[in-house]
Design a protein around this ligand. Structure first.
Ligand code: 5GP
Ligand code: ZN
Length: 114
């Protein structure tokens, strides 16, 4: 999709510190990390929000989580624990309208989130 920053990262048109990629998903470090490990896992295909998901997207959403699991292991945060979160729309705190699974770890996470 034109003018979508995460589509451009997936296509390699703008740089990102990628930690994993395959034909379905790309994972890269957040530009403004909120934890020692802060990686975003995205589908290559543009999906704007969780509200836009259909049953046809179930496999790709599952892939976001299995890649997050792999990256967590690579980063050495799997056993200590980490947080995965996907924000939806304004009240959910979404800023980039191409779905992305945040993987946050390397420090204690607090609950409830702000
Ligand atoms: P959201 O608020 O939509 O859930 O999260 C968007 C995330 O994308 C933020 O944590 C923000 O720091 C990150 N981000 C925004 N633009 C870029 C970018 O160009 N490159 C990278 N690596 N991260 C970005
Ligand atoms: Zn996009």
């Amino acid at each position: 999709m034109e003018d979508c920053i995460f589509c451009k990262i997936a296509a390699g048109d703008i740089p990102a510190d990628k930690v994993y990629e395959d034909e379905t998903v790309v994972a890269f470090r957040d530009l403004n990390p909120q934890a020692p490990t802060h990686v975003l896992v995205i589908p290559r295909r543009h999906i704007a929000t969780v509200n836009d998901l259909s049953v046809d997207d179930e496999a790709v959403v599952g892939r976001l989580f299995t890649v997050a699991r792999e990256v967590a292991a690579q980063e050495g945060i799997a056993d200590a624990g980490y947080r995965t979160v996907m924000n939806c729309n304004e009240a959910g705190g979404q800023a980039v309208y191409h779905i992305h699974l945040h993987l946050l770890g390397g420090r204690m996470m607090h609950w409830p989130p702000g």
